[in-house]
Design a protein around this ligand. Structure first.
Ligand code: NAI
Length: 488
């Protein structure tokens, strides 16, 4: 690219359209805008070099510009091949003061419809800070913070370092997943170029802030295996993240994706929702609201009982598969909807995954199923003609369809999530002594602060504790109001 910095996006001329979207989003993201007011002058993130891997949407653009307003330097990639909004990516490359001819924004590597090879190339780009180092006359070459969604950027550093130390990248055949083979190929290229690149990157990192359930799960696994290389803040489990974004976000963006992809009437249909966690609860509520008959599946007796008490039939997929019109998966597990199920589905049944990875639907098996044929209806909507004589519709190739077929969660709910993200970045950067290597959640007073920053915009009138009442409950007037194990 011709700018003073390198970036790679679909089309820089979309920047003006993207900027209009950003302006509207800013009005719906009061938490982020309040942080700009509170910290815009003191710039607590001055000197922070943030490698971001998170869906490059309009809302993420407001997050990125907030990090920059607080003093950070940023490089960005998307965490999904279909989730980038190309106008938002263009606006971020151009920046608030640049032009399409003279971009002055953030190095961003993201476009809608990346191949897996391109995806991992983009992810490696957020770790290459040699241009910034040269400009600053510094010797570092990588970031000092990661902002991750799903854990791919974090995994790249861990795998890269592991293979460097072993002086070998394993053969592709060590894994059955095509995706893994592509990561290894990306690492092979970078390991051939330098033998201690990822070890250096890992050593410079103050930590990672992780956005989603699946990425958090990976972090706790690394910590349990004592192989976590740097501190991590679990943003997902801030109450103002998972109990809002995962639930109310999905309640909005799942039907949005279904409508844009297929426009089938949801009312009256039989819908199957796998998983009744935060995402599943939002999904089931939205579809019920549209008049669908919702059937839930769960492996956890507590969640199964919750679903039943909320009025949903709870059944195994095997028991109901022939009756279902729309399948939604939001478990974070793998191989939940398999070809044996697909072969029994109704003609033109819809498969929609909102869990983080595509292996929730066994796409790998579908792709090699004898006699199956794929016909693209439009981008991110594929008809699969099956040997059963019937077809099914698979959205976004089994990947997050609320981002692939629609534009993800709306700004207001993402303002809650991203305000947590910014506060978590500030914690890791400004108070590293508080966070030895391990996985942490933000303290409750910050969680409450995030909620507080969003009340005014909704006209919420909060009741104030009297000192006597605070005394009676044994809590401070200004919070925190609940014990840490309170479940909301
Ligand atoms: P959660 O842990 O609250 O809920 C998942 C539920 O699925 C659990 O209750 C679990 O018992 C159940 N489950 C696991 N295996 C199952 C199976 N085989 N059949 C039926 N149920 C099963 O997790 P949460 O927060 O609801 O997230 C779920 C997934 O959605 C994760 O991958 C997360 O990263 C992703 N996510 C996606 C978003 C989006 O925008 N599409 C937003 C937020 C999270």
């Amino acid at each position: 690219t011709s700018a003073a910095f390198r970036y790679k996006i679909a089309d820089i001329s979309l920047a003006e359209a993207g900027r209009h979207q950003l302006r509207l989003a800013e009005n719906e993201m009061p938490g982020l805008m309040a942080l700009r007011t509170e910290f815009g002058e003191s710039k607590p993130l001055a000197g922070a070099r943030i490698a971001g891997s998170l869906h490059m949407t309009v809302q993420t653009a407001v997050l990125i510009e907030t990090l920059v307003a607080l003093g950070a330097q940023v490089r960005w990639a998307s965490c999904n091949i279909f989730s980038t909004q190309d106008d938002a990516a263009a606006a971020i490359a151009v920046g608030p003061t640049g032009t399409a001819d003279a971009p002055a924004g953030v190095p961003v590597f993201a476009w809608k419809g990346e191949t897996l090879v391109e995806y991992w190339w983009c992810t490696t780009q957020i770790f290459d800070w040699s241009d910034e180092a040269a400009a600053a006359g510094e010797t570092w070459t990588g970031p000092n913070l990661i902002l991750d969604d799903g854990g791919d950027a974090t995994m790249l550093v861990h795998k890269g370092r592991e293979f460097e130390q072993a002086r070998a990248v394993p053969a592709d055949s060590d894994s059955d997943s095509q995706e893994y083979g592509v990561i290894l190929a990306a690492l092979r290229v970078s390991l051939a170029a330098s033998s201690d690149r990822w070890t250096g990157v890992a050593a410079d990192l103050l930590g990672v802030t992780e956005e989603t359930t699946t990425g958090v799960h990976r972090l706790y696994e690394l910590a349990a295996g004592e192989s976590l290389l740097f501190p991590a803040i679990n943003v997902n489990d801030s109450v103002t993240k998972s109990k809002f974004d995962n639930k109310y976000g999905i309640r909005h963006s799942l039907p949005d994706g279904l409508n844009r992809a297929t426009d089938v009437l949801i009312g009256g249909k039989v819908v199957f929702v796998a998983g009744y966690g935060d995402v599943g609860k939002g999904a089931a509520e939205a579809l019920k609201g549209q008049g669908a008959r919702v059937i839930v599946s769960e492996i956890d007796p507590i969640n199964a009982l919750q679903a039943a008490m909320d009025g949903f039939q709870v059944a195994r997929l095997e028991s109901v598969v022939e009756d279902v019109d729309i399948f939604v998966s939001g478990t974070g597990n793998f191989n939940v909807i398999r070809t044996e199920h697909m072969l029994r589905m109704k003609h033109l049944a819809i498969i929609a995954n909102v869990g983080h990875f595509d292996n929730e639907i066994d796409m790998a098996a579908l792709e090699v199923l004898a006699g199956a044929e794929k016909v693209q209806i439009k981008p991110q909507v594929d008809e699969w003609r099956l040997p059963s004589g019937r077809s099914i519709l698979v959205l976004s190739e089994g990947r997050l369809m609320n981002l692939g077929n629609a534009t993800g969660h709306p700004s207001f709910v993402m303002s809650n999530s991203f305000t947590n993200q910014v506060l978590a970045q500030i914690e890791l950067y400004c108070y590293p002594e508080k966070y030895p290597v391990g996985v942490y959640v933000l303290p409750k007073y910050l969680d409450e602060k995030v909620a507080r920053l969003h009340l005014n915009a909704l006209g919420v009138e909060l009741t104030v504790l009297s000192p006597e009442q605070a005394d009676y409950l044994g809590i401070p007037v200004d919070g925190p109001y609940k014990v840490d194990h309170y479940r909301y």
